[in-house]
Write a protein that binds this ligand. Structure first.
Ligand code: NAD
Length: 362
């Protein structure tokens, strides 16, 4: 097997301890990864003045694949979000979040196996915003009031929601290609086309057109509010969901909740030229350095990474080992115990050790 170069970004907060746990587990699958460590986040910012050194972006550009620990975005410190910047710099247009129930994780549901695919570049998240009472905003409001029958007051702030044919086509194709590759049966496109005819309406129309290119995969659409209710009532009816940016953000958290929460929710941001694999959760700063939080989400992100680079057998081996440790319920972190103050809970490192022991026994 040839070696694959992967950029490993430990991140900050609990990131470094989780990245170390994930790296050790991945190495124990014999997947032949050569890690290139690159820094990002608060710690490197203190040393160098920037939270995202150019060398880190260059490393991902060179290797095309990264595994990343969480990174803090301090509120109101003029510090841009490294996560958003990375997605933009590398045009990581697809956010992939599988949501699967593992036996032993406390959840109200069993047998959930959903995949959420969220468009990552446009919609209300595009960052095109006009602040209340600014000159530009007044100019925009005047223009809109001239061209629309609906009037906007001068005391409004405005956020713009662009949805384009190009971005919708590529994300819906991504969803169908993913479904085909992973042997999944159905793609559901989620929208609010009945109300936002020119943005979500376009999304739905493009979804339908793209679906015709994939006659082997079922296609259906759902209005987002109804989708939320259906997911809570009968999640087993759904398979792959594809959503515009904002609905994707909300629905992927809903689905993480269905399968037992942040500690077990992996993710990936994928583009044409690269992919960054990371847990859904953040840097949980209050647990930094305590060897306490659950490494599962980042390890399962590593499983997604292994599948992405074609190391399928190693990915399956690692996922089975994680599932076995969780199902046994012995060597797991506090959040996977029946009671959060259960003294038998182990730390991040010890849970990783238990996963590695399972891998070795295979
Ligand atoms: P968070 O996900 O870091 O933590 C919220 C709570 O969830 C924690 O206090 C903890 O109780 C629980 N939790 C999170 N991860 C866990 C794990 N692995 N095991 C067990 N419990 C876990 O959310 P937050 O406190 O809102 O955000 C902290 C920082 O992380 C913020 O600066 C935020 O911007 C950033 N963030 C980064 C990313 C990323 O790097 N992709 C994602 C989300 C948030």
């Amino acid at each position: 097997m040839y070696m694959v170069n992967v950029t490993l970004i430990p991140g900050d907060g609990v990131g470094p301890e989780l990245a170390e746990a994930a790296r050790r587990c991945i190495d124990s699958t014999d997947a032949e990864i050569r890690w290139e460590i690159a820094e990002a986040g608060l710690d490197v910012m203190e040393k160098t003045g920037t939270p995202l050194p150019d060398s880190t972006v260059e490393s991902i550009r060179r290797n095309h694949i990264a595994l990343k620990g969480p990174i803090t975005t301090p509120v109101g410190k003029g510090y841009r979000s490294v996560n958003v910047h990375l997605r933009q710099a590398l045009d990581l247009y697809a956010c992939l979040r599988p949501c699967k129930t593992y036996k032993g994780v406390r959840s109200r549901y069993q047998n959930i196996d959903l995949v959420i695919i969220r468009e990552n570049t446009e919609d209300l998240y595009a960052g095109i915003e006009f602040e209340k009472s600014k000159d530009d905003t007044a100019e925009l409001i005047n223009w809109l009031n001239k061209h629309s029958s609906r009037k906007i007051g001068n005391d409004a702030g405005i956020s713009i929601k662009p949805i384009s044919v190009r971005a919708t086509t590529r994300i819906v194709r991504f969803a169908f290609d993913y479904a085909r590759k992973m042997g999944r049966k159905k793609v559901t496109s989620v929208h609010k086309a009945n109300i936002m005819k020119y943005s979500d309406g376009l999304w739905l129309e493009v979804s339908r057109e793209v679906a015709m290119e994939y006659p082997d995969i079922q296609f259906e659409d759902r209005i987002v509010d109804n989708m939320c209710m259906q997911l809570v009532q009968k999640p087993e009816l759904y398979d792959v969901l594809v959503l515009p940016n904002l609905y994707g953000d909300i629905v992927s958290d809903l689905c993480a909740g269905l399968v037992g929460g942040l500690g077990v929710a992996p993710g990936a941001n994928i583009g044409e030229k690269g992919a960054v694999f990371e847990a859904t959760h953040g840097s949980a700063p209050k647990y930094k350095g305590l060897n306490k939080v659950n490494p599962t989400a980042l390890i399962l992100s590593g499983v997604l990474m292994l599948r992405h680079i074609g190391r399928t057998a190693e990915a399956d081996k690692l996922e089975n080992a994680v599932a076995a440790v969780i199902a046994e319920g012995k060597n797991v972190t506090y959040d996977l115990k029946e009671r959060r103050d259960d003294l038998s809970a182990v730390g991040t490192k010890e849970m990783a050790d238990a996963i590695i022991e399972k891998l070795m026994r295979e």
